[in-house]
Design a protein around this ligand. Sequence first.
Ligand code: AMP
Ligand code: GLY
Length: 423
Amino acid sequence: MRILVLGSGAREHAIILALRSEEASHDVFAAPGNAGIARDATIVDLDQNHPAAVTAFAKENAVDLVVIGPEAPLVAGVADALRERGIPVFGPGRAAAQLEGSKAFAKRIMDAAGVPSGRALRATTLAEVEHALDDLGAPHVVKADGLAAGKGVIVTEDRGAALAHAAAFLPSGAVLVEEFLSGPEVSLFFLSDGDHVLPLSPAQDYKRLGDGDAGPNTGGMGAYSPLPWLSDLFGDENTFVHHVTTEVAEPVIRQLDAEGTPFIGLLYAGLILTEHGIKVIEFNARFGDPETQVVLPRLVDPLSVLLLAAASGTLEDRPRPAFADAVAVTVVLASEGYPEAPVTGRAIGGLDAAASVEGVHIAHAATAVDGDRLIATGGRVLNVVGLGTTFAEARDRTYRGLAEISLEGGRYRTDIAARVVED
Ligand code: AMP
Ligand code: GLY
């Protein structure tokens, strides 16, 4: 197949590595990509957020499938333009992508579909925010309504900090004040063709910057998959996955379809397992980053076949995708100053040594070639991914890989997946 992947992060690199690992060989194009992606795909000079440019490229180059990684092209209507021209695309149209882009839209769809989530109050003035904070009580959860690249949420005991966060986002629209939900978090991905869904394997993301979940929220600092403790809670992982499929994913997909905004692409359910049941904290309209880096290496089925089936409305005929028993751990190497003000332009070394550790590979996020150096160009620079038969092994491999890498001021969490090793 000829496949175009839009995006430039470790998620897109993981998607491309999964396509590359298939028996069938594909022509893979990527825009804008990064230095790691450039080794595994043909980089094309294309504005990923420009519907007409992407469509023209896909037509001229006989692309069989376009895979949209990040949310920005979805919100820009790239999937709509491709679909209008009959080009198979994995990614929802602009209207359905609001499931991620607007927290208020997501809340309305969940309520209409009867999907469990916490109480939430929408506020457009500081007075309304104060009222909502008092109504829902501490800890306080305040979210920007629109896209904020993982930085729009604050969870705090400090009422002043909650108000300040709201004040920062109110000028660009509304905020949501939410009931605080407590429990372990799970990310579960579903492939959707607009009518039918197929679940992938659960993963857990570490959103906070520092060890022990200290510090600010980030785009995600590490992840692991599968989640062995789900068996303790639900008997087995399948029971959990089946429950979320029938109680969350299917009702939401049906609701979006009924409203004339079918969702074709990746439905990311961010869940909290509270003592009052499983609740949704957020939906995303795309693969999660860094969860994808631990889910896709375990996928047994060819990814291209699944994505094309979703893009062309034929998931109903397919069995649930199979996953290897191998476990996966990933740790993000971030630049100094991330997430507030990442320092960029610094040299990265040791990647070959890292990748030569058994079971380890690297997914690039913000990297570029500068002369004969590889440099960091953003906050989350790369992911080290370790596979193994046990979490102790996968974790050990991941951290041995990381120890080989040099980046001045670079930082990473040292406790990713520690809890599943101790179990
Ligand atoms: P979101 O961008 O909605 O995924 O939120 C980022 C992170 O904030 C989540 O992964 C949770 O750890 C936390 N969070 C969001 N909403 C809530 C909530 N209602 N209760 C507790 N924690 C939350
Ligand atoms: N890992 C969180 C996200 O992709 O939004």
